[in-house]
Design a binder for this molecule. Structure first.
Ligand code: FAD
Length: 433
């Protein structure tokens, strides 16, 4: 017998937690809503896994970082869900979704039916074994997407105390995990093929700071090459990383952060797709009536830039969830909500440094401030100028007010007549807007 719910959220991550809170705010009856998640715990703030979760002292642990604490909201513990009559169906992987009959089937054969479905399956990590990289199945070659992965990493750090770690990939995960491993007293080497780290966002000028800062912390950086194979000992534990440039790096732990893929496979051929995700309108409704997609999987109209985008960041996961639930509830009562009008916002923290970025990183880039990696309190940033307007701003070391100011600039897109003057004015330009 299928279990029936008015609303089912498929996936139990960031978007699911924020959607549940919004359903509760809007008013639902006990038994109306279920969250079905592969994970064994209630929704939590995923970014904590590469930050506080890995601290050597006072590490973050559940229930401390259940949603919605990451945005300063209420912490939704498992008891919160039961008090609201929201069913948390955990450790349950959905292996079949039939949108025509509104039925989901789990790997254990349980079936669930719904009137409204919110797809919030997020992303999976790309693994080196996906490409058949030699030796990539060795022990202690690790990835980080969920709490089980984080626990494996913590166990490996304990087992290989003060050892050697190689981090493959120079993006968010690579940078944050290199810092975490260093703080845990590992000898860390980062390897990535690009000319500088975080190339999808960072300019050469921004990256020069972070690479210099990491080098000063004792992290070795090997650029312009990739891992092509691994050696392991008799126990199957990784011992070395073989690089394409012929060098070999000793390793007790390898962390791979080479990107993710939106988890849309269950819906292939049943729903319109775009940008590798599920196409939605400005209310996160998909091409199938009664089916919504939120968070990493949604390809939605980004009003500010008048184009479809998919955004794999926590702020959008939270806001898209709230927008979808508001739209669902408004529709039921014959009302409407405004279109989603998102300002892209990304951030990262490692060691004592932290940056924020708002807007779009297109056009000419203008570095301002002092990006000297040895500065005691670094503060610098970059404006992106397109068609004579500032469209994006990055700031390292900003105060709350300064970060608010750069967000305002990215939203307002003020005109810039003289790029040289903008460079000289630096952060003062943002403070005036
Ligand atoms: P997720 O939070 O990934 O949730 C998806 C859920 O769906 C998971 O519970 C998963 O198990 C479940 N699921 C998937 N398929 C199935 C299935 N078939 N059956 C049942 N359940 C299923 N973003 C930032 O902006 N700043 C950061 O600092 C930052 N740090 C990050 C650090 C890490 C380690 C990671 C992994 C991501 C980080 N991100 C960060 C990205 C951010 O966490 C994601 O964009 C966000 O979690 C997306 O939310 P979501 O709900 O769409 O997906």
């Amino acid at each position: 017998m299928a279990k029936h719910f008015s609303y089912v959220i498929l996936g139990g991550g960031v978007a699911a937690g924020y959607a549940a809170r919004e359903f509760a705010n809007q008013g639902i009856k006990p038994g109306d809503l279920a969250i079905i998640s592969k994970e064994s715990v209630a929704p939590y703030e995923r970014p904590a896994l590469s930050k506080g979760y890995l601290f050597p002292q006072n590490a973050a642990r559940l229930p401390g970082f259940h949603t919605c604490v990451g945005s300063g909201g209420e912490r939704l513990s498992p008891e919160w869900y039961s008090d609201k009559g929201i069913e948390l169906i955990l450790s349950t992987e959905i292996v079949k979704a039939d949108l025509a009959s509104k039925t989901l089937t789990s790997s254990a054969g349980a079936t669930f039916t719904y009137e409204t479905l919110l797809i919030a399956t997020g992303s999976s990590v790309i693994k080196l074994t996906d490409f058949g990289v030699q030796g990539a199945e060795a022990n202690n070659i690790l990835y980080l997407r969920d709490i089980d992965d984080a626990d494996k990493l913590v166990a490996a750090m304990q087992a290989k105390k003060d050892g050697k770690a190689v981090v493959v990939g120079g993006g968010y995960i690579g940078l944050e995990l290199s810092a975490a491993l260093k703080i845990n007293n590992f000898d860390v080497t980062m390897v990535y093929p690009e000319p500088w780290c975080m190339p999808r966002l960072f300019t050469a000028g921004l990256a020069a700071f972070y690479e210099g800062y990491y080098a000063n912390k004792g992290i070795n950086i090997v650029k312009g090459t990739v891992a092509v194979g691994f050696d392991a000992d008799a126990n199957g534990d990784v011992t070395a990383v073989k690089l394409k440039n012929g060098n070999v790096l000793e390793a007790d732990i390898v962390i791979v952060g080479v990107g993710g893929r939106p988890l849309t496979g269950l819906f292939k051929g049943q729903v319109e797709e775009e940008k590798g995700g599920i196409k939605t309108d400005a209310f996160f409704a998909t091409s199938v009536p009664g089916v919504y997609a939120i968070g990493d999987v949604a390809a939605f109209p980004l009003k500010l830039y008048n184009e479809m985008r998919r955004v794999e960041h926590v702020d959008h996961a939270r806001k898209s969830a709230e927008q979808a639930v508001k739209a669902i509830k408004a529709k039921e009562s014959g009302e409407s909500v405004s279109e989603y009008d998102y300002l892209p916002y990304f951030y990262s923290r490692s060691f004592d440094i932290s940056w924020q970025f708002y807007g779009d990183n297109v056009g000419e880039n203008v570095l301002f401030g002092d990006n000297d990696p040895t500065a005691a309190t670094p503060k610098f940033g970059t404006y992106w100028v397109k068609d004579g307007k500032v469209v994006g701003v990055f700031l390292e070391g900003g105060s709350a007010e300064e970060n608010q100011a750069i967000a305002k600039v990215a939203r307002a897109q003020p005109p810039v007549a003289d790029v040289e003057a903008l460079k000289k004015e630096g952060l003062d330009f943002a403070a005036k807007i």
